[in-house]
Design a protein around this ligand. Structure first.
Ligand SMILES: *[C@@H]1O[C@H](CO)[C@@H](O)[C@H](O)[C@H]1NC(C)=O
Ligand SMILES: *[C@@H]1O[C@H](CO)[C@@H](O)[C@H](O)[C@H]1NC(C)=O
Ligand SMILES: *[C@@H]1O[C@H](CO)[C@@H](O)[C@H](O)[C@H]1NC(C)=O
Length: 185
């Protein structure tokens, strides 16, 4: 009889320990799911342009810092195929009078990208010094604007273009860079 009681008590203890640990696992799982690790990542897209971006999973925003070897404009954005087809981007810079310009644009095909009806990439700062233009701006993962592409956890391409400071006859430099914007590497 005594042996049975001990067995029952032991069994109950094992069961309750089992539940306790199951509860713990569920708790830690859900807290890990809620806070994906924010990160900052830097890439040199070409000898002419660098980008550093920080991802904030709590606010679902990405802050970009783009430095380009130009005194003219900088174009920067992303598209799933790496070209101008279905591309979401900004163009910006500081003009010869020191005035900042910055526009949220998209392009459905080849040609000059058009300015979005809704401006959902927000400029933080624009600077130009010693032939380098630096733009800082922030974007929601998903702006809800049909003229923007959502930033998703998948492979895409950064696309970039810079004007030349050397004159209007000069073709802009451009390129792309394969990346998953929401992954630290
Ligand atoms: C995220 O949002 C919170 C609350 O609106 C704000 O206090 C915080 O500054 C934001 N973080 C960033 C990096 O913008
Ligand atoms: C990009 O980063 C590299 C390495 O830090 C640096 O040497 C280069 O000058 C930078 N280029 C621009 C355009 O900022
Ligand atoms: C996008 O921009 C429009 C117009 O400026 C604004 O009304 C809207 O709230 C923005 N959406 C987001 C998600 O920021």
């Amino acid at each position: 009889m005594v042996g049975l009681k001990i067995k029952v008590a032991l069994f109950a203890t094992i069961i309750s320990l089992g539940f306790a640990s199951a509860g713990k696992i569920m708790e830690s799982d859900s807290s890990e799911g809620a806070q994906l690790n924010n990160f900052e990542r830097a890439e040199q897209l070409s000898p002419l342009i660098n980008v550093t971006w920080s991802v904030d999973f709590d606010n679902e925003t990405v802050t970009f810092d783009v430095s380009a070897l130009t005194s003219a404009y900088v174009g920067f954005g992303f598209s799933s195929e790496g070209g101008m087809y279905n591309a979401d981007m900004v163009t910006g810079g500081v003009d010869n009078n020191g005035v900042t310009y910055f526009q949220d644009r998209y392009s459905a095909s080849i040609g000059e990208p058009v300015v979005d009806m809704e401006q959902n990439w927000s400029l933080i700062s624009a600077r130009e010094a010693r032939g380098i233009t630096n733009l800082r701006f922030v974007r929601d993962f998903d702006t809800g604007d049909v003229q923007d592409l959502p930033i998703q956890d998948q492979e895409t391409y950064f696309i970039w273009a810079i004007g030349s400071a050397d004159g209007i006859n000069y073709h802009p430099e451009r390129g792309n860079f394969r990346v998953n914007i929401l992954q630290p590497k």
